[in-house]
Ligand binder design. Structure first.
Ligand code: 6PG
Length: 467
């Protein structure tokens, strides 16, 4: 039996994506490195099993697909992707398309594409967001490829994507690495948002002494307002869960060491390389690293006592300020993320449609939030603006929210509560809105020790000081 599309890698994401594709009427040839997993997958496919062609080798998979083939790779980022590519290429023909649907470093996507130039085989970088549920029932899909390639792959990708107001959350965002770049920045924003939510949780847990379920109620309330977002919704859910073993909230017995697989770091590095630092993302990545240093944290907590004197006051005002502080922090994170995407788009001549990025992030993906619809409208307005924060939809929001962010950052710093992402957002905002900065002194220092020269405000040209 022949299939219409191939899929390699039946881990949780791959298996769910395969089921989603099958449910949308396609016949899928599947292959997994360990054959037991393929058997297990076929058993779990139930009534969809008839739409799969399980294969025992890459040769079988290729043979099950009439040319021109489309094969999805859903294998761990890095060496495994290269290994699959090298194994597959000799079996494929010009016109065949390989879709890397994992989280890839866009530089690697560009390199792989370049390596395939003479083969006539296409390499399509596809960012897929939404976790395992999204993969099964509708992810947000960010594609990088040529228009002709997109014409070939868009029917299946739009069929399996999440929908917002009846519109599929799938778009071609440019050529080569554009899809993976945008997915990377999506994850950077995801890191920033998660960290800021964790900081708000920390303020309520350690500053106010509140229990997890009580904090969960606050997040649930916030989810009905301006902060409405999938991550806020699941935070409320998580905080409510009881653990039978300990007899208390489950979150209280989860080790405070966060894992990470690299996309946050890529995102921070790429933004820096573009000269458009995503400081809230950087702070979130660093906070995850600090979280993993639990032995050192424990040792230092014994050496440096916390500031017992100061605390955050437990009033309605504090909770309202916290909500607004998170809004301001989120707007800063999005602003940094979109700015980095715009800069990359210019550098690589991708022509990333920012409005469409915001649109396809409105459903299916992990950072879906009410704000994204407003951002989509802002970008659609076609108004020329350097930054989301200069758009008149967001300036009133920031004007109200920044004083709250300042209040929360000030109180937390005084109380010794770590809030790296919220304070990075505020520090970035204070810098970016300062017309007369302090880098005049840095220019003088650079010229002093290295004759790097400086420009003057009152005269054109390049100058040196008399030092
Ligand atoms: C998504 C997620 C997904 C995955 C990340 C998490 O958009 O569906 O971002 O890609 O959850 O890899 O990354 P960490 O393991 O680094 O937190």
């Amino acid at each position: 039996m022949s299939a219409s599309i191939g899929l390699i890698g039946l881990g949780v994401m791959g298996a769910n994506l395969a089921l989603n594709i099958a449910e949308n009427g396609y016949t899928v040839a599947v292959f997994n490195r360990t054959l037991e997993r393929t058997a297990e997958f076929m058993e779990s496919a139930d009534e969809l099993a008839g739409q799969f062609v399980p294969t025992q080798s890459l040769e079988d998979l290729v043979a099950a697909l009439p040319a021109p083939r489309t094969i999805i790779l859903m294998v761990p980022a890095g060496a495994a992707v290269d290994a699959q590519m090298q194994a597959l290429v000799p079996m494929l023909e010009p016109g065949d398309l390989l879709l890397d649907c994992g989280n890839a470093d866009f530089n690697q996507t560009q390199r792989r594409l370049a390596e395939l130039t003479d083969t006539g085989i296409g390499w399509v970088g596809v960012g897929v967001s939404g976790g395992s549920e999204g993969a099964r029932f509708g992810p947000s899909i960010m594609v990088g490829c040529t228009a002709a390639e997109y014409e070939r792959v868009s029917p299946v990708l739009t069929a399996i994507a999440a929908q917002f107001d009846g519109k599929p959350c799938c778009a071609r965002l440019g050529t080569d690495g554009a899809g993976h770049f945008v997915k990377t920045l999506h994850n950077g924003i995801e890191y920033a948002d998660m960290q800021m939510l964790a900081e708000a949780y920390g303020i309520m847990r350690d500053g106010l002494g509140w229990s997890a379920p009580k904090i969960g109620e606050v997040f649930a309330r916030w989810n009905d307002g301006v902060l409405n977002a999938y991550l806020v919704e699941i935070t409320a859910e998580v905080l409510k869960v009881h653990d039978d073993t300990s007899g208390g909230p489950l979150v209280d017995v989860i080790a405070d060491r966060a894992g990470q697989k690299g996309t946050g770091t890529w995102s921070a590095i790429e933004a820096q390389k573009l000269g458009q630092p995503a400081t809230t993302v950087e702070a979130a990545v660093s906070a995850r690293c600090v979280s993993s240093m639990s032995a050192l944290r424990t040792a230092l907590s014994g050496v440096y006592a916390s500031d017992e004197g100061a605390s955050v006051s437990a009033s309605d005002d504090t909770i309202e300020a916290l909500e607004l502080a998170l809004l301001a922090g989120r707007l800063c994170a999005y602003s940094q993320g979109f700015t980095a995407i715009a800069a990359a788009s210019e550098q690589h001549q991708w022509g990333v449609p920012l409005a469409e990025v915001a649109e396809i992030w409105r459903a299916g993906c992990i950072i879906r939030s009410r704000l994204l619809d407003d951002m989509a409208s802002a970008f659609r307005d076609g108004v020329e603006f350097d930054n989301l924060l200069t758009h008149d939809h967001f300036t009133p929001q920031m004007t109200v929210a920044v004083p709250a962010l300042r209040q929360i950052v000030g109180a937390s710093v005084a109380a010794g509560l770590p809030i790296p992402a919220l304070s990075a957002a505020l520090a970035w905002f204070d810098g970016i809105r300062q017309a007369r900065g302090t880098a005049n002194l840095i220019q003088a220092q650079r010229d002093f020790f290295g004759s790097h020269s400086f420009e003057r405000l009152d005269e054109a040209g390049s100058f040196h000081g008399p030092w």
